[in-house]
Design a protein around this ligand. Structure first.
Ligand code: PHE
Length: 466
């Protein structure tokens, strides 16, 4: 089987694939999550581990996902199943696709709540609610949002409808044009914010916090009061985040790869996606931490970090009302282009197998994710008490931890093993079509040994074996 039947639309060009994949990768993970977990796990050491994971695990796994998707040309569930059959491997590999669909649901069910915060902040910014904020009042503003179940549920619903509308129309027509414009704008605005942080924040301290590698802090986590303790968690969280931020391990990039034109280079695209994604995250960190330090905030303030630190800056800078509104609008768009890819594997499968229209499929998928999301929204208010916690975590935290740190790396491990061992060398060599045999050899070594070895080591470390 060298070419599968094409059942879905394809991207119109190589650039369109690239933009969609960057749109999937760049999202709340970069701007909301990266800064706040970096703050919690002590800065530079965490950042270094995350960068290493992106380079040595994320890049080879992303290449594997794209090549499998493009070869299979179907939803991840069917792609895995059919490639396994064609390569005489066990049909059990189809489970990887199913795991990805479940992970996608669970991620969307908390992602949408955070995207809802950004929607709420668009209004706040436009109405001038940031004027004259300081560390304390910015914290109170954020808290008044998360304290209100009604507002959280309202915005969660709005965002879910937005996602479903684009998915129903098909990712190609829905997404392509949008992302081509918005990503560069987001980039520019972040650069501007970094500039502002240089001028008005404690830039040196922010820089050192992000980039000074202090080995003692590799195994350390801190709380909002600045108290730190020893734990193996940072390695696991940094690795999990490298999957989350690159949209790996659940089939999102695989399904986008299945719409990729044949002539585009997989290796080249992958490197560009990873670099763009990493740059956005580092820029967000460089914009936020100088302001955190200059305003007496704690780096480990938790999920509200971005929503507390940046509004202070917008409230103080000239033109802040405009820039603040623009920033949160772009953040919503970045989240939007990611959430679409979270449900695409499920919707593609439904429209292939059940012959369902995309409209119906997205209604079904969105409805379920919306329902699951109610628990995430209530985690911040009605259900924040200990009675509602499992392993000391709220529903929101639990879903985040389980998907990001367990399911995505496990999915990535399975994909690496499938692409490196279960599938014949001929298939991957042909599909990657790399000019240099040495580069192909490097990829093959990475996907067979380095990526799986790295993931297993981090898992073993987390359960205390290594
Ligand atoms: N990569 C997205 C982000 O950083 C989140 C995401 C994860 C999207 C997994 C798709 C799949 O915000």
């Amino acid at each position: 089987m060298s070419q599968s039947r094409v059942v879905h639309n394809q991207w119109s060009s190589r650039l369109a694939f690239l933009m969609a994949a960057v749109g999937s990768a760049v999202g709340l993970g970069n701007i909301w999550k990266f800064p706040y977990i970096t703050g919690e796990y002590g800065g530079g050491a965490f950042v270094l581990v995350y960068l290493l994971c992106v380079a040595f695990i994320g890049i080879p796994v992303m290449m594997a996902e794209i090549l499998l998707g493009r070869r299979g040309r179907r939803s991840p569930i069917n792609t895995m199943r059919e490639l396994a059959a064609a390569e005489r491997a066990s049909p059990v590999w189809g489970l990887v696709g199913w795991g990805g669909v479940v992970a996608g649901f669970l991620i969307l069910s908390f992602y949408s709540v955070v995207a809802g915060w950004a929607l709420d902040y668009v209004l706040k910014a436009a109405l001038g609610a940031f004027d004259g904020l300081n560390g304390q009042s910015a914290g109170a503003l954020f808290q008044s949002l998360t304290d209100s179940p009604r507002r959280l549920l309202f915005w969660h619903s709005v965002f879910m409808v937005m996602t479903m509308v684009v998915v129903a129309n098909g990712v190609r027509s829905g997404l392509e044009r949008l992302v081509t414009w918005l990503m560069p704008m987001l980039f520019l605005l972040l650069a501007l914010l970094v500039g502002y942080a240089m001028a008005a924040g404690d830039f040196a301290r922010g820089w050192h916090f992000l980039f000074d590698f202090d080995f003692a802090r590799v195994f350390q986590a801190c709380d909002a009061a600045g108290q730190c303790h020893f734990t193996a968690e940072p390695l696991l969280v940094a690795m999990g985040h490298s999957f989350f931020t690159l949209s790996l391990g659940m089939g999102a990039i695989m399904v986008y790869g299945s719409y990729m034109p044949r002539e585009a280079s997989i290796a080249g695209s992958t490197v560009m996606i990873a670099v763009a994604d990493t740059l956005v995250a580092l820029m967000a960190g460089l914009a936020i931490f100088p302001l955190v330090f200059a305003n007496g905030l704690q780096p480990a303030s938790g999920p509200g970090l971005v929503f507390v630190s940046l509004p202070i800056a917008f409230g103080a800078m000239p033109g802040g009302q405009l820039f603040g509104t623009l920033f949160f609008v772009l953040l919503v768009f970045a989240a939007w282009s990611s959430s679409i890819s979270l449900v695409e594997p499920a919707v593609a499968w439904l429209s292939e197998n059940r012959r369902m229209s995309r409209g119906r499929a997205s209604l079904l998928v969105g409805g379920l994710a919306w329902f699951l999301g109610i628990g995430s929204a209530l985690s911040f208010n009605l259900w924040s008490g200990d009675a509602y916690k499992v392993f000391g975590k709220t529903i929101f935290d639990l879903k985040d931890f389980l998907t990001t740190n367990i399911m995505l790396p496990l999915g990535g491990l399975a994909i690496a093993l499938f692409a490196g061992w279960a599938v014949g060398r001929r298939l991957s060599e042909e599909e990657l079509a790399m000019r240099s045999p040495r580069m192909y050899g490097l990829w093959r070594f990475s996907i067979r040994y380095m990526a799986p070895g790295g993931i297993v080591l981090v898992f073993l470390n987390a359960i205390g074996v290594v």
